[in-house]
Ligand binder design. Structure first.
Ligand code: SD4
Length: 334
């Protein structure tokens, strides 16, 4: 029996928005590029945006773009930028918690309906890592740029370098240094990552994921979030998935790719997320009680799912004028 608590249901800017009929035939929603998708028999009301954690401002921004006829790629980029600019979040972009040496290092990736992708890892001094990832995708022959090379590329594209370590994050790091026990926090309603997936009015899917990584990680550490297939995967024929939590465990199971492949085999987004979590917790000697991983997913029909190892993982979903935080079901009920 699924436990799904709707812990808050509140509309933001979407109140009164006009969206398509609740069930429409996909064949009636022409795609710019029809070759890209199989045609499911029925599709939920479009557009749709989902994101990891409680990020209603970010999903509202993405929905604003989609409602204005914008595409899913622009929506996920602009949505993620809201959290990157949010210094109070201490999670992604500016104000993100630093590594154990006090350096804020960012990871991000983005993927479009064509399967194109771009990523940055260990990026410093640039707030909008997700936009740099998009520039990597669009303006270079590469998929991933790291460290100083990524930073220099960003500057060459017009991004302004700045100090990302805010006073609040510096204070938190200094407090942490007193004990200096590096241990990932098992579960927090505050998050280190935003992952966002969107389907636009044409039925095309894109996704984005951006993070400052685990707080107080080792210098040089890169997690799952910028790794295509682990932190994020989009297949415009099937659906998309994005991960949050302890990146090492997501990388070991190529989690987001796994979720999408499970959907390809016929599982619903919810079933696929559950199966991907079970691959982690059922490993021999899994110490899953000590860490958190959560997935969210959407399929081509617009069905969504989310699942985590422990409680208090949530997804924000904006559809039909309702921007809501949805508490996910979870594995570890004991
Ligand atoms: C990482 N997956 O760097 C990210 C962290 C995260 O909520 O998602 N935290 O491993």
């Amino acid at each position: 029996m699924k436990r799904r608590n709707f812990i808050k249901k509140a509309s933001l800017t979407g109140v009164g928005l006009t969206v398509g009929s609740s069930i429409v035939n996909c064949a009636e929603t022409p795609s710019e590029d029809k070759k890209l998708g199989t045609v499911p028999s029925a599709i939920a009301s479009l557009p749709i945006v989902i994101a990891t954690w409680h990020v209603k401002d970010a999903t509202a921004k993405a929905m604003e773009i989609l409602q204005a006829g914008g595409n899913a790629l622009d929506a996920v980029e602009q949505g993620c930028r809201i959290e990157e600019a949010n210094e109070k979040g201490q999670s992604v972009g500016k104000g993100g918690l630093p590594d154990r040496d006090g350096n804020v290092t960012l990871d991000a990736c983005i993927m479009d309906k064509h399967g194109n992708c771009g990523a940055v890892v260990y990026l410093q001094n640039i707030t909008h890592a997700i936009s740099v990832a998009r520039k990597v995708m669009e303006n270079t022959p590469h998929v991933m740029l790291a460290g100083e090379g990524a930073k220099q590329f960003a500057i060459s594209e017009g991004f302004q370098p700045e100090n990302l370590l805010t006073e609040a994050s510096k204070e938190a790091w200094e407090k942490w240094k007193v004990e200096a026990k590096y241990k990932p926090i098992i579960n927090i309603e505050n998050h280190d990552t935003i992952g966002m997936l969107a389907i636009d009015k044409n039925g095309d899917i894109s996704g984005a994921c951006t993070t400052s990584g685990l707080a107080y990680k080792m210098g040089g550490r890169v997690g799952d979030s910028p790794i295509i297939g682990s932190g994020l995967f989009v297949d415009n024929e099937i659906g998309a998935a994005v991960a949050t939590g302890l990146g090492e465990e997501v990388v070991k199971t190529v989690g987001s790719f796994l979720v999408v492949e499970l959907m390809r085999q016929g599982k619903s987004p919810q079933e696929a997320c559950e199966e991907a979590i079970s691959r982690i917790v059922n490993k021999p000697n899994s110490n899953y009680k000590d860490f958190q991983v959560g997935y969210i997913a959407v399929n081509k029909k617009g069905e969504t799912g989310s699942y985590s190892i422990h409680q208090w993982f949530s997804m924000t979903k904006f559809q039909d004028g309702v921007n809501e935080q949805i508490q996910s079901d979870y594995y570890n009920k004991t």
